[in-house]
Design a protein around this ligand. Structure first.
Ligand code: HEC
Length: 115
């Protein structure tokens, strides 16, 4: 009985040590059919606290589709999230987001900001 418990404990130890996502593990980034619903969670986690209807630094609003499209159309969104020259890099005073979310937002803009 004790042995079994130890085995169960050991297995749970092994499986608890997984990566955050498959993407991190396999280096894959799903950029098929990227839409606003794909990029919205990225904005929510990293941007919307400073870019919403009431707080909109430099007029950038990311919590509605139309406003996010407007930000994308000026090319400032692409430059800011990719840390390209000409704009203040985002998220503000923080490291660039990991490659996959940056790529998703970039592909979303490249594909004409589908809803
Ligand atoms: C902690 C608050 C904060 C967060 C989080 C944040 N921003 Fe900003 N953002 C700012 C501020 C402040 C400015 C204005 C910077 C300036 O005046 O140079 C700004 C400006 C911008 C601009 C315009 C840049 C320019 O120079 O024209 C874009 C685009 C932008 N943010 C997008 C984003 C995106 C995308 C994210 C998430 C990945 C994000 N921001 C996260 C505070 C934030």
């Amino acid at each position: 009985m004790k042995k079994i418990l130890i085995i169960i404990w050991f297995i749970s130890l092994l499986t608890s040590c997984t990566y955050d996502s498959e993407e991190a593990l396999y280096g894959k980034c799903d950029t098929l059919n990227v839409s606003y619903s794909t990029v919205r969670p990225i904005f929510e986690a990293n941007c919307i606290s400073c870019h919403n209807q009431s707080i909109n630094n430099k007029g950038i609003i990311l919590d509605t589709y139309n406003d996010a499209v407007e930000a994308a159309e000026t090319e400032r969104l692409r430059k800011a999230i990719n840390h390209l020259p000409g704009v203040t890099p985002m998220p503000y005073l923080m490291d660039k987001l990991p490659a996959c979310p940056v790529l998703k937002v970039t592909v979303w803009i490249d594909n004409g900001t589908p809803q």
